[in-house]
Design a protein around this ligand. Sequence first.
Ligand SMILES: Nc1nc2c(ncn2[C@@H]2O[C@@H]3COP(=O)(O)O[C@H]4[C@@H](O)[C@H](n5cnc6c(=O)[nH]c(N)nc65)O[C@@H]4COP(=O)(O)O[C@H]3[C@H]2O)c(=O)[nH]1
Length: 730
Amino acid sequence: MNNGEARLLVAPPDPVLLTALLEAVPQATACISPNGQLHCANSAFLRLLGHKAPLNHDNINTLLDSLTAQRWQKLVAQAQHCGTLCSQEQKHDGRHFALALRRIDQWHGQFLSLSLKELDNPIAQYQIQQLQNEILRSVAEGNPLHRTMDILCRRAEALAPEAICSVMLVDENGLLQPCAAPSLNSSYYDHFINLPIGPGSGSSGTAAWRKTTVEVQDIASDPLWDNYRHLALPLGLVACWACPVSLKNGKVVGTFSLYFRDKRGPSAFHRQMVESCLNVSALAIEHNRVQRQLENLIFFDPLTGLPNRTLLRDRIDQELGACQRSHSHLAAIHIDLDNFKAVNESLGQQIGDQLLQALAARMQHCLPPRSTLARLGGDEFMLLVPDCDQHQARALAEQLQHCIHQPVAIDERELVICAGIGISLAPEDASTVDNLLRSSESALLQAKQQGLGGLSFYRSTMNQAAIRRHHHLEALRRALNGQSLKVHYQPQIDFGGKRLAGLEVLARCQDPELGFIPPDVFIPLAEESGLIGQLDQLVMEQALAQLALWRNQGFAIPLVAVNLSAVDFRQPGLLERIKKSLAAHRLDGCSLTLEITESLLIESNEDILATMTALRQLGIGLSIDDFGTGYSSLSYLKRFPVTELKMDRSFIRDIDTDPNDKNLTAAVIQLAGSFQLKVVAEGVENQAQCDIVTGLGCDLIQGYHFARPMAAADLESWMTGQGAAFVSRH
Ligand SMILES: Nc1nc2c(ncn2[C@@H]2O[C@@H]3COP(=O)(O)O[C@H]4[C@@H](O)[C@H](n5cnc6c(=O)[nH]c(N)nc65)O[C@@H]4COP(=O)(O)O[C@H]3[C@H]2O)c(=O)[nH]1
């Protein structure tokens, strides 16, 4: 800032210039110092206070004679603080003034602007202000919109007893929705429900449509009332003045109307009052809309429009209390679509979403009164039915299963799906929200075990295994969503070459509540519950990232061998996912072996063959895990491009004592040789077993004899310590 500019800002304004500027303002306005001394004023200001000559340097207390110095200081302090301030003041001659004080930030705050307006009817002004305050209070207290608007109409009618007030809302589709009209007959008002706004829709509909005030002084003759005068006239409604309620962006969201019992238009007072009513109505309607949007977000599922888990919990809580008081039963019917995941994966999520929407809409037609159908997430729903015993709950569940099972037509396709249902009843099975949800889920798990379309009740005597299984499933979900799913690595040693051949990657689940859960427990559970894909992907991601890191640190680790469930192998998109994961860590296909089970190859499925061939083309190894335990037909070895067999550890365990196991292992090693497959002996725990398998020509060994599965940090210590002889570094 240069000196000239600085002077301009700090120099007090020239009163002559400023007075000339103030003359352009129609309202009585003055420029005044914080201690009340007048700097300059326009002629409207002088006229209002009955002065002819300029009033420079007079004090405001002299002009507005009843204004004490103390009150003036208070007004100034508030205006300084808030920027503006409005109040009502009175002169000794009895005249009332609306006073508006505005802070001027220039000139170091030496001045404030002061506007005055004489009030015709200060009592009415005061009452209008009271009305506004009451509506604002009602909004702040969170009253429903119709209640707030009811208060508004009643207060406005008290101020103008000759008028009958009404508020209509305009919905998103441009339809009128009556909101409040405490003095109008409801049978009259109901005729306007869902009436499209437009010309000929009475005063309100026309005002909303034209976005401007519509004044009908004689309903009997005005064409706007052609369709409705037969309703209005018998009630003595003769004239109607309707004003649109608009938001700041110009959108009309309602109307505020005054009806009169004689032919007339609004008075100046009516106009003043309605202006205030429109402002507070707009505020209340906007507030209500935002509130509803928020509630929708918090309590409803956006896809189906059904209540979500949060709202359901609230309803369960209420209904549990009610069922306790009335000694009745509350049924929680937990619904889970069978094989919905397959629809999503084979036809795409969009079709899956449409199917969920269609089924949600369909189920809503089967609901008993007072019940709540909620979407819990994914393909899970819950129907909560008060006053429902076991027999009624079963009948209802079967009806739901039937309705879900009917074909759904989507995009010229007919989809048929069924649902498993678990039912629990309060108070016998549960007395709290959590327990009711938990028990119905346990029942659902049981139903799922029955196969497609199963139905089961929860019983507190439900066997312990099912409950444990349920807890394990919860733990598995926690692990997949949190950080507690870890991987361990077990070295595979090339005994002949005295080097590390690879690392088998094994998932570990250490749950904060249940402690360590063995893979033999959580892997089958993950397969049954459809979580295995997510689990295998997580494990593979962690393993590839770790392999890339170790290689960067100079450890020569040829590959990681990751277990891939047969369920996962059949999912579309597997190849792409693996390619993406490898690319993300800049690894080639030879860095990865997939361990699969024999069961997959017995299916003789062309898709599986195609996927395996494509995986091999990327250089990815395919190893048959637990070899020898499953199927006697080995013809698949010719058909499928596998690269390795892993002798199951049950053969190795007794190999030094049981000649059958030794012979079988020898035969497998020979067979593998004829197919040019590698063989890994798994579960080698001691020197004797190691000697025998290597003596039979199997060079790849995995087992506690060399190393147990270890966390990444422990494996690093192993690679630089005990296992250093097998791991070269560069
Ligand atoms: N007694 C004995 N056991 C040994 C010895 N050496 C290795 N083992 C154990 O043998 C199992 C080898 O894994 P698997 O046959 O693929 O069998 C695995 C695999 O089928 C499955 N699994 C583990 N992690 C995953 C995973 O990330 N995805 C999938 N789909 N399955 C997994 O769980 C099974 C069990 O895994 P773990 O309990 O970790 O058990 C591992 C390992 O700890 C030994 O010398 N003696």
